[in-house]
Design a protein around this ligand. Structure first.
Ligand SMILES: [Zn+2]
Ligand SMILES: [Zn+2]
Length: 366
């Protein structure tokens, strides 16, 4: 028995090497390894026939990537440690330590085979697809570069939350009630379902430019959002400019270079229905324009800009108020005054509550 080194020493210099393994070490070898006689049953000392079976590996890989849209790819591989050990041994033993390793020879050759068939380019630095061969099982895994899609959405139906909420009947495990999705209807679910259907892929992560209530409408140009699709089969070029999805309209869809590390500032045009007590002078609502202090836990409060305040009385105890507010302003608290100063309640000198609010437009993030 013994390790590969012992075996090799016993056989050397009569080591049998296949054409491929011999070719790698031949230029600088000292000893005279001879190629395997194809009629003999003996196998290549280093690869044990692996390098003769690359056509099959390439076929497996070609089959796996046939569903993907791509221009460039790269091939990686996992090899048995014993193969790598024997490869190291033979390369150092023959003075060919600087020669290509069996791993790079294998991935290079499979890449060339696939390139000939698909007419696609190998790009190791920034490939669209990464093909990972596992030679131990003759299997192959494919990973595609994630796609980031920028879009804006409008919402014309109340009662749908922005983010997925676990289904109340099954607590997210999936049941008949939720169509085995594990969550109730949401903007996130609608957009993710659409993107996965169009692009394929494993999952979608969203980065929202602000958020809204489940009962809020989002109108105008809509709310910007970045969607990162992992392992997509197709690029963002497969998306139309806009689409209508069951009360959600997505528009301006395009590929983005990435999700910005810092979201650009934005402002929202909001329409708020306010209920109030007492007999306040509603004209005072205009004095709300300016900076408001918003308590955000311990430490200094943040400031938010409120402008363009207008109102229209609707009934004895309610009015509608339009305002342009800085992104991230907590609308309900801006009305009630809880941790916000000044507020609708404080400028009117009476207790007010936000009955409903909608976004008429979101500005400043193209
Ligand atoms: Zn070999
Ligand atoms: Zn459920």
């Amino acid at each position: 028995m013994g390790g590969p080194a012992k075996d090799a020493r016993a056989i050397h210099p009569e080591l049998g090497l296949c054409r491929s393994c011999l070719g790698r070490v031949a230029s600088r070898r000292r000893g005279p390894p001879r190629p395997l006689d194809p009629d003999l049953a003996a196998e290549c000392f280093v690869c044990r026939g692996l390098m003769d079976g690359l056509g099959r590996l390439a076929e497996v890989a070609l089959d796996r990537i046939s569903g993907y849209d791509y221009e460039t790819f790269t091939v990686g591989a996992t090899l048995k440690p014993s193969v790598l050990d024997r490869d190291d041994y033979i390369r150092s033993r023959t003075g060919a330590a600087g020669a290509a390793s069996i791993k790079s020879a294998l991935t290079g050759e499979v890449g060339r085979m696939m390139s000939r068939r698909t007419k696609k380019r190998v790009d190791r630095a920034d490939p669209d697809l990464t093909v990972l061969l596992d030679t131990r099982f003759g299997s192959c895994e494919v990973r595609s570069r994630p796609v980031v899609v920028y879009m804006r959405y409008t919402k014309t139906r109340r009662g749908v939350p922005q983010k997925r909420i676990a289904c109340g009947s099954c607590d997210g495990r999936g049941c008949g009630e939720c169509g085995f999705s594990g969550s109730g209807p949401s903007i996130e679910g609608v957009l993710a379902g659409y993107l996965l259907e169009r692009l394929g892929g494993a999952d979608v992560r969203f980065t929202w430019v602000g958020g809204e209530d489940r009962d809020s409408l989002v109108l105008g140009r809509g709310r910007p959002v970045y969607a990162r699709v992992r392992n997509p089969a197709r690029s963002a070029a497969a998306l139309p400019e806009s689409t209508s999805l069951d009360g959600v309209e997505a528009s301006g869809m395009r590929a983005a270079a990435g999700v910005p590390a810092r979201l650009p500032p934005f402002r929202s045009m909001v329409r708020i229905v306010v209920r109030f007590g007492g007999e306040p002078d509603l004209r005072l609502i205009r004095t709300l324009a300016g900076r408001v202090l918003v308590a955000t836990g311990p430490g200094r409060p943040s400031t938010k800009e409120v402008g363009s305040v207008r109102y229209r009385r609707m009934s004895a105890d309610s009015f509608r108020m339009d305002a342009e507010v800085e992104g991230g302003t907590p609308i309900k608290r801006l009305v009630s005054g809880e941790g916000v100063e000044p507020s609708v309640s404080s400028v009117l000198g009476t207790e007010c509550a936000c009955a409903r609010f909608d976004f008429l437009d979101i500005i400043g993030n193209s």
